[in-house]
Write a protein that binds this ligand. Structure first.
Ligand SMILES: Cc1cc2nc3c(=O)[nH]c(=O)nc-3n(C[C@H](O)[C@H](O)[C@H](O)COP(=O)(O)OP(=O)(O)OC[C@H]3O[C@@H](n4cnc5c(N)ncnc54)[C@H](O)[C@@H]3O)c2cc1C
Length: 470
């Protein structure tokens, strides 16, 4: 009978657990006996020698911490969440209300004229946000009456995302958020190094605080974490080079551009599916699939993908083809997009240069003038702050402003992402993006994309229903 049991964190520290697991590599002893025999000092010595000294870093993945982080700006949260292997849950802009008192003043502008510009823009944005919540809520209540026996509270909870989804466009990135993070010590060390080398003071300060509390549980594995000199220098050189670039214009600008894909991607995936169950080299299956008529290929896809239920995870072989997208999306949408970890994403800095989106319900509620005035005020404040610090200027940018992001995802992640984000309960910015990406993928790989089974709809329909300008 196998022996299966927990090494409880109530009994052993994360560093002891990591050593107990690591020692199974050389010792036949049961894990719990090893853990019992280990002192904190012995564990520390082990980590110093093997993990830090010899670079057997994966051992640190067995030491896991949970850190509660409250009251940080969404700018800082973004820096933290760029640690793609982490697990996060954050205060939702779709289900909670925000107030102007909850805004972080970036230290870079504290006491300067730019602070005044920031505070004034924030006040304007929150004034519009408050009126938007009241007016759009009323609008939604008219179209979504309470159900029989539904209390006022339950009714509001049911429709809240409908009006919050619209009004969140006015929220600046300086607004405070709370998040819970779960990370292993290897990832945490890397994340903190990045954050300690970040140009923004708030991000560096949060990193110091996380480091300080996390060291209570993993003192050795975080012992040598510090700023990495040179990271900022490299970034500055590239920023200057990118700013001097004067070429371009080789393709028509589009908000969602499938930049590259593999013309033979479907063949690669289908051949890999056969490979899994066969015993011949991959190239044999590739040649075989290439020789098959389209109908036959569809049958293979049907046998694997046609049997999947709504929540079933598609097979790994879908990872043998990938897509590169260049996307322009509102910041609110990007903030959700960035949480998808099985993608490689490179966002450009958040600014005001690409303009802003206008949700249709805000216009129908009679708020277009105020909404646009608030956006213009934010854009002016952005310029004033950028004179002091281009990075700190992001704090004033509301969710409505658009941002460019480069993303590579394989077809397996595409299945997951597109199904989740085209769902009716997803935010309309994400639904528009999901439908559009699905359309682009279906145009190049129709046989496999036929199994995406998204809800009936199109990005054009979402755009028309929810945006007055985008
Ligand atoms: C309806 C809805 C409401 C949401 N509300 C909130 C909210 O209030 N607050 C909030 O912070 N977020 C919220 N989110 C975001 C959500 O928590 C995820 O962060 C986001 O959707 C990323 O998707 P994912 O984790 O499923 O998959 P991805 O990150 O895209 O990864 C793809 C797949 O890889 C696997 N995977 C990736 N990383 C891990 C891991 N570390 N461990 C195990 N498996 C992994 C999983 O199978 C996953 O499905 C919401 C999402 C939805 C759809």
């Amino acid at each position: 009978m196998p022996r299966v049991y927990l090494l409880p964190t109530s009994k052993y520290s994360p560093e002891v657990i990591a050593v107990a697991f690591a020692k199974t590599s050389r010792s036949p002893k049961p894990f719990d006996r090893t853990a019992e025999e280990l002192s904190a000092e012995q564990s520390a010595k082990f980590h110093e020698k093997w993990v830090i000294g010899y670079g057997h870093a994966s051992v640190a993945e067995h030491a896991v911490v949970h850190v509660a982080v409250e009251g940080i700006s969404r700018v800082a949260a973004e820096a933290l969440e760029s640690a793609r292997l982490g697990s996060f849950t954050e205060k939702s802009s779709r289900y909670q209300r925000f107030t102007p008192e909850e805004v972080v003043i970036p230290p870079e502008i504290a006491g300067k004229a730019a602070e005044k510009a920031y505070r004034e823009a924030v006040e304007t944005l929150f004034g519009a946000y408050g009126r938007c919540v009241a007016a759009v809520r009323e609008q939604v209540r008219r179209t979504e009456p309470p159900r029989e026996g539904e209390s006022e509270k339950r009714w509001d909870a049911r429709i809240r995302s409908r009006y919050a989804d619209v009004c969140r466009f006015l929220l600046p990135m300086g607004v405070r958020t709370n998040l819970g993070l779960t990370m292993n010590a290897r990832l945490l060390a890397h994340t903190l190094r990045k954050m300690l080398s970040h140009p923004l003071a708030e991000v560096r300060q949060i990193a110091e605080q996380i480091l300080s509390v996390a060291k209570e549980e993993v003192p050795t594995l975080l012992k040598y974490v510090g700023e990495v000199e040179g990271w900022q220098k490299g970034a500055e050189a590239l920023r200057a080079r990118a700013a001097n670039f004067r070429g371009g214009g080789t393709y028509a600008e589009d908000w969602c551009h499938l930049v590259s894909w593999e013309p033979r991607g479907e063949e690669r995936v289908l051949a890999a599916m056969l490979y899994r169950y066969g015993n011949r080299p991959y190239t044999d299956y590739l040649a075989y699939v290439r020789g098959l008529p389209r109908e036959e290929r569809k049958t293979i896809a049907q046998e694997v993908l046609g049997v999947l239920g709504e929540r079933d995870v598609p097979p790994r072989e879908l990872e043998y083809t990938a897509y590169t997208f260049d996307i322009v999306i509102d910041q609110g949408g990007y903030y959700e997009f960035k949480r998808h970890r099985m993608m490689t994403q490179t966002p450009q800095a958040l600014g005001v240069g690409l303009g802003y989106a206008v949700p249709r319900l805000a216009v129908e509620a009679g708020l277009e003038g105020e909404y646009r005035a608030a956006m213009d005020a934010a854009a002016r404040a952005y310029e004033a702050i950028a004179e002091v610090s281009a990075d700190a200027a992001a704090y004033v940018v509301p969710n409505a402003f658009k941002r460019r992001v480069l993303a590579v995802l394989n077809l397996r992640e595409a299945f997951h992402f597109l199904r989740l984000r085209a769902a009716p309960n997803a935010h309309f910015s994400m639904r528009r993006l999901a439908y559009r990406m699905a359309e682009e993928i279906a145009a190049v790989h129709p046989t496999l994309a036929a199994f995406l089974n998204l809800p009936a709809g199109s990005w054009e329909a979402v755009e028309k229903e929810h945006f007055a300008a985008v």
